[in-house]
Design a protein around this ligand. Sequence first.
Ligand code: NAP
Length: 272
Amino acid sequence: MLSRRLVKSTPTLRTMSYIPKNRLDGKVAVVTASTDGIGFAIAKRLAQEGAKVVISSRKQKNVDCAVEELKGQRLDVAGFVCHVGKEEDRKNLMQCANQTFGGIDILVSNAAANPAVGGVLDCEEAAWDKIFDTNVKASYLIAKEALPYIRKRGGGSIVFVSSIAGFQPFGLLGAYSVSKTALLGLTKAAAQQLSTECINVNCIAPGIIQTKFSAALTESPTAQEATLSQIPMGRLGEVDDISGVAAFLVSDDARYITGETIVAAGGMASRL
Ligand code: NAP
């Protein structure tokens, strides 16, 4: 099996969590960018709670590896390549999910890009376009693509993955932070539009979670110390600090919640 190692974890105060086994029975979930990091943890958690889950990302070998790992845990998953920036891939993902599992109830839109480091007004136009195309435009387009299938089921859930940086911009991730703020608006507007159709639209804003994406903030002792000084709880986040929030938001336990963003960031400053 191919190796999918995450960066080393810091110790946590609470290591055991209860996973409701049947909360998502009968549901089909599509999770984008789900062969590693937060997306993979969300896909795994939704499947552990009883959903049939479609995994996806850009690279076939990553899809194969993630599917193999979760099938090895007797979870009901399938996987397809989907670069969220490609129209054909988005369409194909929904069609394949529908054909494989007979419908779609849940979309978790998790993909993001960050090709630029620096202040927002130092961002080159090409980098700005890439960030907004992947983080904002592709999120709206993938939701549009999933919507007819979710409507066909008579209701369901959409979750966007934003960031704590969407509330409190990171100085060196200027454009990325603005793109993540835009997702808070997309969540509210889509929730409003779909509120009478039993389709809940919510958002998660993770803090600094140990994945490849955040490696620059966590890998060296100096970077880690600076990062930890921003987190009141005194530890970096782990992918499972986010996966349980996603499972809650797509479950019936969250049926009266729509248009909201849940911050899971160890107490980091989090309001606009
Ligand atoms: P990650 O560990 O680097 O995982 C990235 C995943 O996305 C991989 O499965 C990758 O697989 C896939 N991917 C990348 N670009 C893609 C694209 N254009 N289309 C489809 N799949 C793509 O990242 P992560 O830290 O879990 O981040 C996931 C989400 O959480 C992002 O939206 C990020 O902004 C957000 N977030 C992360 C943190 C953090 O501290 N880690 C904090 C706040 C918010 P392939 O290479 O095969 O495509």
